[in-house]
Design a protein. Structure first.
Length: 158
């Protein structure tokens, strides 16, 4: 986005609370790039083939994590991510996704499902938001994939 078009030019209040809500909910995809699959397989001491069979599915020619119980992320245990340090870029860039940043209303909608989006949180500057937005787009969170991920409100992060 060009600077002149950013509705969030003054930044946005956000601080992750590690609540795990962005990792829960049915009917969504967590996209995994081939390089990310290699890193995750190594982290779990699995061959790439074993990792793929146990944790991945193919959706429209792209890899996505399988869902865990109730549609939660397969790596979510309690409120904690088993692969946090090596989590996919989609997870790293939340909530700075195109769908959440398309308008102030979209951001308010995301706040309904993310307790880290709150007025008393530290303000993240527009330039940092832009860097993470770019990373989310590079990870494949463009309009087509974003639409399939966010069909229902509870899918704010999945």
């Amino acid at each position: 986005m060009e600077t002149s078009q950013r509705w969030y030019e003054q930044g946005l209040a956000f601080e992750c609370t590690a609540c795990g809500r962005c990792c829960t909910g049915a009917s969504g995809y967590v996209w995994v790039a081939p390089k990310e699959a290699v890193v995750l397989a190594r982290r779990l001491s699995l061959s790439l083939d074993d990792f793929g069979r146990r944790y991945l599915r193919l959706v429209d020619g792209h890899y996505a994590l399988l869902d865990g119980p109730g549609g939660d992320c397969i790596f979510l245990h309690g409120k904690h991510c088993r692969v946090y340090e090596d989590r996919p870029m989609q997870c790293r860039t939340f909530p700075w996704w195109p769908a959440n940043l398309s308008s102030s209303q979209s951001w308010r909608n995301a706040a309904e499902h993310c307790e880290g989006i709150r007025a008393d949180a530290p303000v993240v500057g527009a330039d940092q938001i832009e860097r993470d937005l770019k990373r989310s787009l590079e990870a494949g969170l463009g309009e087509a994939r974003q639409a399939s991920m966010l069909e229902e409100p509870e899918n704010s992060a999945r």
